[in-house]
Design a protein. Structure first.
Length: 460
């Protein structure tokens, strides 16, 4: 993670468990109520295990509801996305008085709210082992949350297995889907300049990475805040022309931004991963309108069918929401039929979750949780059948894949260009290596393949 690297670069050391921590840092999401609840559970679990540990909470939940988090036991700092880039300084500020002074100067120009709230739970007395540079258990929580400015703070995100880094080239969103809190907690759409993107990709290529994932909150809006002539398609073309990164993968991209030109580029360029993730949310036009989505199902289907026509073995995924307020049984059945009609290879299915302050949350026709759960199960069952058929169609195919630092029963695992996890029993090459792998069999949802690391050209 970028945040982890920021803290390590600042001289902080990682410990094995929270019981040994002086400080715990939680990077949060707030897309669903479940995500919020899990954060609160983690905070309470850390505090029970180590009452002397000071907890710093950052990310989207911290930006949305700082006062709520600040009241939890053990929380010493709540740092919103607006100030996430100075977390190392916030922690370092407890070490030297001059660091606190410098930090305050750097915050000038960015509207800042500091809210001190007492702990609502009783805290044990501090013992002599507590680091004297840290706030005491009964200290007031410090909240740093301000307006999210146009400044773009970035760093490549590295997964724990040290392969397939993700480079965020865009943040924020100007769309106003009626269920989504993201525009409030991430701010307006803003982009990393093409020059900085190229610089970062070149460095990652020099470091030897074989696959890079381009990500953003709304990738299709890339460049609009910089110059009308700058587009996401243009950025991808520049990366391919000006860097030597072996493989480039696009993360989630909205349906209306999946242009014929982008599809053609992925189809023709061997360095592009054969993979599209295109959020759907619902296969019912009436619900799409209530969601304030910007397309009809006919438009969506055209994009997906064009991908399949030009890239026959492409991995195609989508996000699907079930149980949106007002969704009828017929709406749900319409969505199921639409999903069944398209060549999806996987889906991310999730229940509607009310987010405070969104238009959908204010509706009075919210569905019963049991109904939402049942509808989610129906979509998953449908997708399981489609997934199995797709996996069976891969037998005998040779796929280009990058090896990961993980295993399945002692065998190396790789991720194929079309987004399949491959188990490679015969592979003895290290992680972060491009291999060709021929799929031999499917077992319990996994594809088992035989590798040939000498031939690095994808065969689809």
């Amino acid at each position: 993670m970028a945040l982890k690297r920021q803290l390590l670069d600042a001289g902080l050391a990682e410990v094995v468990s929270s019981e040994q921590d002086h400080v715990a840092v939680l990077n949060t999401c707030t897309v669903t109520a479940t995500a919020d609840a899990e954060v609160r559970q983690v905070i309470r679990r850390i505090h029970r295990a180590n009452p002397q540990c000071r907890i710093l909470v950052t990310g989207c939940y911290a930006q949305r509801a700082p006062e709520e988090i600040a009241k939890l036991p053990g929380v010493a700092w709540v740092v919103g996305n607006s100030h996430k880039h100075v977390i190392a300084e916030v922690l370092g500020g407890w070490q030297k008085p001059e660091a606190r002074s410098q930090k305050s100067e750097q915050h000038q120009g960015n509207p800042l709210v500091q809210i001190n709230l007492p702990d609502t739970d009783s805290s044990p007395q501090r013992d002599d082992s507590t680091d004297s540079r840290l706030p005491t258990p009964d200290s007031l929580a410090t909240v740093l949350v301000g307006e999210i400015t146009e400044e773009f703070h970035f760093a490549p995100v590295f997964p724990d297995d040290c392969t397939r880094p993700t480079l965020k080239v865009q943040d924020g969103c100007d769309a106003r889907c009626s269920f989504c809190i993201i525009p409030e907690v991430r701010g307006a759409s803003r982009s990393l300049t093409p020059a900085k993107v190229i610089e970062q990709v070149r460095q990652l290529a020099r470091d030897g990475y074989q696959e890079l994932v381009l990500s953003g909150i709304n990738l299709g809006s890339y460049g609009k805040d910089l110059d009308r002539r700058i587009t996401f398609l243009g950025l991808v073309e520049r990366i391919l022309a000006e860097t030597s990164i072996p493989r480039l993968r696009i993360s989630s991209i909205e349906p209306m931004d999946v242009s014929p030109e982008l599809i053609r580029l992925v189809a023709q360029e061997p360095r592009m991963a054969r993979h599209f993730h295109v959020p759907l949310q619902s296969g019912c036009d009436r619900i799409l309108r209530l969601m304030n989505r910007r397309y009809w199902t006919t438009h969506y289907a055209e994009r997906i069918q064009e991908i399949r026509e030009q890239i026959p073995n492409c991995g195609i995924g989508a996000d699907v929401m079930v149980g949106f307020p007002g969704e009828t049984t017929e709406d749900h059945q319409t969505s199921l039929r639409f999903i069944d009609s398209l060549p999806f290879t996987y889906l991310h299915v999730f229940p509607y979750s009310s987010r405070p302050g969104t238009p959908a949350a204010a509706r009075t026709d919210h569905l019963n949780g049991r109904i939402i759960h049942e509808r989610g199960q129906e979509v998953r069952a449908l997708m399981a059948e489609k997934r199995q058929a797709y996996l069976q169609s891969q037998i005998g195919r040779t796929l280009s894949a990058v090896t990961l630092d993980e295993d399945e029963d002692g065998a190396r695992v790789a991720l194929s260009t079309n987004y399949l996890k491959l188990v490679l029993p015969d592979c003895d090459v290290p992680a972060n290596t491009l291999v060709d792998a021929r799929v031999g069999r499917i077992h319990e949802g996994l594809a088992y393949a035989f590798s040939d690391s000498r031939n690095l050209e994808a065969v689809l």
